[in-house]
Ligand binder design. Sequence first.
Ligand SMILES: NC(=O)C1=CN([C@@H]2O[C@H](COP(=O)(O)OP(=O)(O)OC[C@H]3O[C@@H](n4cnc5c(N)ncnc54)[C@H](O)[C@@H]3O)[C@@H](O)[C@H]2O)C=CC1
Ligand SMILES: O=C(O)[C@@H]1CCC=N1
Length: 272
Amino acid sequence: MRISFLGGGRMAEALIGGLLARQIASARGVQVMDPDAVRCRTLEARFGVAAQPVLDDAWFETDVIVLAVKPQHLREAVAPLAGRLGRILVLSIAAGLPLGVIGRWLGGHRRLVRAMPNTPALVGAGVTGLYADPSVDTLGREEAERIMAAVGEVLWVEEEGKIDAITALSGSGPAYVFAFLEALQAAGEALGFDAATARRLAQATAAGAVRLAQESEEPLSRLRENVTSKGGTTEAALVRLNERGFAEAIREAVFAAHARSQELARQLGEAP
Ligand SMILES: NC(=O)C1=CN([C@@H]2O[C@H](COP(=O)(O)OP(=O)(O)OC[C@H]3O[C@@H](n4cnc5c(N)ncnc54)[C@H](O)[C@@H]3O)[C@@H](O)[C@H]2O)C=CC1
Ligand SMILES: O=C(O)[C@@H]1CCC=N1
């Protein structure tokens, strides 16, 4: 597959790494446009792909264009693409921007897929939600899925609004997990461990608990109960978490992210 990236930042780098490692594209088949010349040199040196700060005709000789620019910069970034796309599949990973808006910015292009990955993609452990414009054929869907599957799990949704929910849950989700780990590490330090030891204990605990959950058929509540002896240490901890509204705080956080994803386009002056 030939793939051209508009934007060569963190997420593009993760995707390029996955695509080359899994031989879904060759280095010669990947082209990047990013106005930041330092980013271009970094990507060229790391992957041997062509990266440049200008759009030329060669960049358009591709099967798929990945839009990997911040939502606030996307309108300006895609303006030079309008009218030059033909049958090229455009895959946007930008948060909060509906396909209707991106299609308009692209001069009415409909061969569009919206994806919401997350940063564990950097280590091949991402999860990505995908939604395709109804006019996109099976081949287009397969191309989009192969690209995103290079960096982790994929999940299709049949309703575009669900991408905002995926953004709130798994797109932003790694930050909630890191915030939890930071708090656990800080508590460990308060109990007398040095920072490195507290971090190691916190991370190993989270990794082990997630693996146990993944390998178990039990509901998560049962796994929690299995740790919690009557009158024991875990119960003492969970009582405090509940008193502090732990579950409600997570729910409110996810709903806030969801609302933000829904309002991003409006804030840029675009109705969905
Ligand atoms: N960071 C995250 O956790 C996630 C980010 N996303 C989305 O991925 C997209 C990219 O995010 P990151 O890689 O984190 O951002 P980043 O800031 O690392 O990369 C964006 C790149 O776009 C380049 N750029 C700016 N203007 C441009 C233009 N006119 N043409 C071409 N390139 C241009 C910048 O120089 C930069 O290298 C965003 O739309 C974001 O919403 C999606 C899921 C997760
Ligand atoms: O915070 C953001 O807007 C992006 C989208 C999901 C993760 N980072």
